[in-house]
Design a binder for this molecule. Sequence first.
Ligand code: ADP
Ligand code: MG
Length: 669
Amino acid sequence: MGTQAPANWEEQPLTTLPGIGPKRAAQFAELLGARRLNDLLCVLPRKYQDPACWVNSSDWGSVDGERVRYRGQVIKTWLFRPRGRRTVLGVRVEDKYGYVDALFFQQPWLRDRFQPGEELELEGKASARRGAKLLAPRLVSAAGEEVSGLEAVYPESGCLSSGQVAKAVQAAMDALLKSADDAGEDPANWVADPIPKSLRASLDLPALGAAWLALHRPLDREQVEAARRRLAFGEVLRFERARLAALPADGAPNASAREQRVWSRILARIPFALTSDQDAVLATLREELAAGRTIRRLIHGEVGSGKTVVAFAMALALAADGRQSAILAPTEILARQHLRTFQSWLQGSQLRLVRLLGDDPQSMRRAALADLAAGRAQIAVGTHALFGPGVSFADLGLVVLDEQHRFGVRQKGALVEKGEKPHVLTMTATPIPRTLAWAAYGALEPCVLRSRPGSGSEVTTRVHRPIAWRESISAEMAQRAAAGEAAFLVAPRIDGEGGLKALVASLREGPWAKLRIGVVHGRMMGAEIEAQVRGLAEGRLHALAGTTVVEVGLDVADVPQMAIFGAERLGLASLHQLRGRLARGLNARPARCEVFVAGDAFERLQVLEECCDGFQVAETDLRQRGPGLLRGLAQSGHGGFRVFDPIRDGDLVEALRREEIRNWLQDGG
Ligand code: ADP
Ligand code: MG
């Protein structure tokens, strides 16, 4: 069959294609969901291969191992069986310079297909060992016409090889093209595009049908990319529709006198005036609360921008409604810091705050769990101990994930599931591009805290080769530390050369020998770490040497010095977080951060000297670490993206803000 395309080609079953019987057709249906010819056209190619170059038999020595195209005349055919292997069909093909032996593996029946004197055009892998050979070739253009452009390569699927899928899809393409030609129609109209033409035109996207044609038979990579973007926009729209549908309808805003009173009581507990960014973020969240929505928001904020206030105010707002909040911190240091802050701001309040840390005494843990389960405690602050199966809430209404990148998706989900659709605030100091925030968190407008409250002081960063440390810098820092300028000394690893232990040992000699240096790292108990941190804060220690545990949220006011060793092991975003520990607090002094870096990373990290904006640093970081990271992130959260690319398709997400697109989506488009 297949010579005469039926008028309604798309309705035809796969068995109308050459080489596909009922058994094969069943495999296509099961593995690819393809039952009719038009289903086949929706199979996505995996990649594209550039057309191989035409070569002569005299070129063979220089193309060994490459894919090539070769044409010539059949001289003879023969079958042979290399020891222990399956039958090979040899076809000797001659051009004016000599001959090449084309070897077909495991297809002895093909022998009858080749007649001496016949002209052949083949593509395969050239081998120049023991004579000119063309391995596992395929016929390029049996009909003699030039095959131009890229070749679509399809994924294999179960027992269907990539080649079998390709053959079926391309045969379906032939059926489509023939039927369109017979009817005098544009083959690109084979499927209607749900996106109006005017919208497509404004985004420079091809029609859906044309996109699929281009994906299967592209002329060049530009055409493939345009087609991919059309499909990506489809995914963007699907995701956005689902997102909009998941938002509960706006209830009547409930900005009652009571709500006003609650908020003014909450704000009165915060011991400083909010920055305008904090104000704006809280206003947004307050509005959403009043509208009865389930809040799912990413709060982006530079280190030190004051995200804790947002968590605190929201927890109190929920408590005013009799609901509970869980504040999840990535480390014990940070959890203890939140506890201290919350306790001091809650002084004199009826609200009960409990902690859940890894090393809590049993009796304390039991009491905390009982208070949460009975609803006697309104706020829980803790680390991963909050995830535990033994932890249950009377009515968990808010989950705050601080510095979320430290936790797995599943762990976070486990906590969220302890409540009945609780509000979720994700706080991160690592800015990510808007596109990615949309894909991973489903929020088109992230809340952003940009300004750093009350701190006019600068952090000056210098990037050095490690050798510089032993010279003047060590002595200079020690001298300042002795004069009351506290210092953080950071080494990324605990053990080994250049590790924390080696660093501390070397500090005990030389200019630091007489100074008091505390040590913190991830293998210490939370309480121990806290004692050291307090030692620095209270001036009993001159310096705190630590691993990157100090990166996450450690809040000691007014530390003016930091040295980071082995910075080549750290990403830009981490380094930026680390230096964010400096010059904190209202009356902080200007600070300096000395970064020591070995090898090639020196160039990569120099951007830290000029750039102080975390968002800019993070963009550079993501670019340096490559798009794979972005893709992984986008896929980890919400699925359904097959071709959408958070880096390349940022403009398609941005386009969702456009009036015309919003209206069209609203009208059920
Ligand atoms: P983040 O978690 O965003 O890194 P924090 O919430 O820990 O930042 O705040 C950093 C420091 O700034 C804290 O000491 C906090 O008390 C202080 N702070 C926060 N907001 C303000 C403000 N509006 N005015 C003055 N100080 C503030
Ligand atoms: Mg914080």
